[in-house]
Design a protein around this ligand. Structure first.
Ligand code: NAP
Length: 321
């Protein structure tokens, strides 16, 4: 069996494809034959060694796979050999590999209408979007949400989820192609975040009221200006950030507003159960359908880590073992 192995933190080429020992599912574990792997930006920060959480070396990157159950350990009863599944998380074995181990609670049924590539785009992006919108920012139907970076993995998920739950969506992307993608996913209005003045157009789009919620993918660039477009009692939910930023706190005070943050690393077992149960109907009825922008073979993990950090996002990048 082959897997990507990281033996030292550093640039993308520290990832090497190696032959690794076979895995056997223990009690409560599921062995998944991986058909597709979702590539997330956080995997590049972890690999570089700059992220607050560092795995013990050596390790295999990644947390999101879709595939077929190869075997189950004692006590597993929610899935069986041959089932199509997607995972969010692994039992420490990582995702960039041909077979991986997951805890039973980490695997979920993959509806027949979705490809394995689409299944690999579900774990981190859709859970993040759902947790941010509903568990922490308490979005409600009828509210207006500004979704930054609606062309990327989390942004596509958030746009579909917000739209399916009765929110009005103003989305941003950095290219014409990304803007069209956001429109196709249900955004009511789309702005280009490469246009330095784009946020000045948000308040007029809300009849002067401002947005109830901002889902922020690059807080170090946008946070202070987000506060200008908030409605009274509006919230900014920081999902992504790559640096420091100065803000004027008076802008939040004057609106009884709030800046919130969240990371999936803090999600509890109960939250995971709630999130994946909440996603299931939309995955079955088609309102939630991941978009795959690029497929690459597993041995191109190095190139995939370069690609996921470039601008011009178009849905999800997946690796195919
Ligand atoms: P992705 O697929 O690489 O997408 C990145 C998105 O950011 C693209 O839509 C990109 O748009 C957009 N972007 C670029 N410049 C921007 C700007 N100035 N203003 C607003 N958006 C801008 O990444 P992802 O998986 O969607 O993740 C998005 C961010 O959330 C990343 O920073 C990631 O690390 C973070 N994240 C956090 C959590 C958590 O638990 N908190 C979970 C998942 C992801 P264009 O390419 O069209 O310019």
């Amino acid at each position: 069996m082959k897997a990507i192995i990281v033996r030292e933190f550093g640039p993308p080429d520290v990832m090497k494809l190696e032959e690794v020992p076979a895995l056997t599912p223990g009690p409560g574990q599921v062995l998944v034959r991986v058909k597709a792997v979702g590539v997330n930006p956080v995997e590049t920060y972890v690999r570089a060694g700059t992220y607050a959480r560092k795995p013990n070396l050596p390790y295999t990157p990644g947390s999101d796979v879709a595939g077929i159950v190869e075997a189950v350990g004692p006590g597993v009863n929610s899935v069986k050999t041959g089932d199509r599944v997607y995972s969010h998380g692994t039992a420490g074995t990582g995702a960039y590999r041909e077979l991986t181990l997951c805890e039973e609670a980490q695997v979920h049924a993959l509806p027949d209408r979705l490809s394995f590539q689409q299944g690999a785009a579900l774990g981190t992006p859709y859970s993040t979007a759902w947790r941010a919108l509903f568990l922490y920012a308490h979005a409600t139907p009828g509210e207006t949400v500004l979704i930054h970076g609606a062309s990327g993995g989390v942004g596509v998920a958030a746009t579909q989820i917000a739209r399916a739950n009765g929110l009005r969506v103003i989305a941003t992307a950095g290219t014409e192609r990304g803007m069209n993608l956001a429109r196709q996913q249900g955004a009511h209005e789309v702005l280009n975040h490469r246009d330095g003045d784009h946020l000045s157009r948000v308040t007029p789009l809300t009849g002067g009221r401002g947005v109830d919620l901002v889902l922020e993918m690059l807080a170090n660039v946008n946070l202070d200006r987000d506060l200008d477009v908030l409605a009274f009692r509006g919230r900014v939910m920081v999902v992504g950030n790559r640096g420091r930023v100065e803000i004027d706190p008076r802008k939040i005070m004057s609106k009884d507003g709030a800046i919130l943050g969240m990371t999936m690393f803090n999600a509890t077992a109960d939250e995971y159960r709630t999130i994946h149960a909440a996603l299931a109907p939309g995955l079955e009825n088609g309102s939630l359908t991941p978009v795959i922008g690029r497929e690459m073979p597993l041995d191109q993990a190095v190139q995939a880590h370069g690609a996921v950090m470039e601008s011009g996002a178009f849905g999800k990048i997946v690796l195919l073992p």
